[in-house]
Unconditional design. Structure first.
Length: 92
């Protein structure tokens, strides 16, 4: 298999302009093994919550679908009424 090489630019001398090694980021600690800890082992609560059950996921999905259909139907009815008004009143 052919090894992919990085592009070499003429004006690149290899110096680092800004170090992206920011304290607090996951890659800052070199001893970090980059394997996510199970939630029950973690010392801090997850910012994403504990997750949803299947029933809650279906309810949220159904609610989002209903909201999207409501917005789409309002736009559709508005366009239909505009076309009817223009054809029946204005262009007569």
């Amino acid at each position: 298999m052919k090894k992919i090489q990085k592009k070499q630019y003429d004006d690149d001398d290899g110096r680092t302009i800004v170090s992206m090694d920011v304290e607090g980021m996951p890659w800052y600690d070199r001893r970090h093994d980059f394997v996510p800890k199970p939630e029950h082992v973690s010392s801090q609560p997850s910012p994403f919550g504990t997750g949803l059950t299947n029933r809650e996921l279906r309810l949220y999905t159904w609610g989002a679908l209903k909201a999207g259909l409501l917005v789409a139907s309002v736009f559709a009815v508005t366009w239909i009424l505009l076309v009817l008004f223009l054809t029946q009143v204005v262009f007569r």
